[in-house]
Design a binder for this molecule. Structure first.
Ligand code: HEC
Length: 122
């Protein structure tokens, strides 16, 4: 856990040093802090939390086939209310009480970038 914190701190300062916009750093920071332990730093659903006894694999955000089925509103819903609320795995936690809605919107856009695909209905 400490290694992860150091890694995140390093990544954040590198991004800032590289002159990345504050906006971009924020998206990445949010994702790496709240989501990457399951969904993986590169969004493939292979984060360090995912062990053999994990019943459902976290969504692979680089899968066009899976991500094209979701509209941006679908992604927002599942992030706010959790997997169980949309009849998916309860292993996907609800974040609506933890993450501000404006930040959830940033995460939706960030998650979408991994598949480089269009949202359903767009
Ligand atoms: C504790 C592990 C865990 C964490 C942390 C986590 N997820 Fe998930 N997530 C999952 C699992 C497992 C699924 C697959 C659910 C299913 O297919 O039934 C999933 C599915 C999803 C999906 C696809 C839902 C769908 O309807 O197909 C999205 C989008 C998503 N997660 C976004 C996020 C975001 C954004 C964060 C960070 C705020 C996050 N997740 C954090 C475990 C996690």
């Amino acid at each position: 856990m400490r290694t992860l914190a150091v890694m995140i701190a390093t990544l954040v300062s590198l991004t800032l040093l590289a002159g990345g916009t504050v906006q971009a750093a924020e998206d990445k920071q949010l994702f790496e802090f709240y989501c990457a332990q399951c969904h993986g730093l590169t969004g493939k659903g292979d984060g360090p939390n995912v062990t053999k006894d994990f019943k459902t694999d976290p969504r692979n955000f680089t899968s066009v086939a899976d991500m094209e089925k979701l509209s941006d509103a679908d992604i927002k819903n599942v992030v706010m209310d959790g997997g169980a609320a949309v009849s998916k795995s309860e292993l996907m936690p609800p974040w609506g009480k933890t993450i501000a809605e404006a930040d959830v919107d940033k995460l939706v856009a960030y998650v979408r970038k991994f598949c480089k695909c269009k949202a359903k209905g767009k």
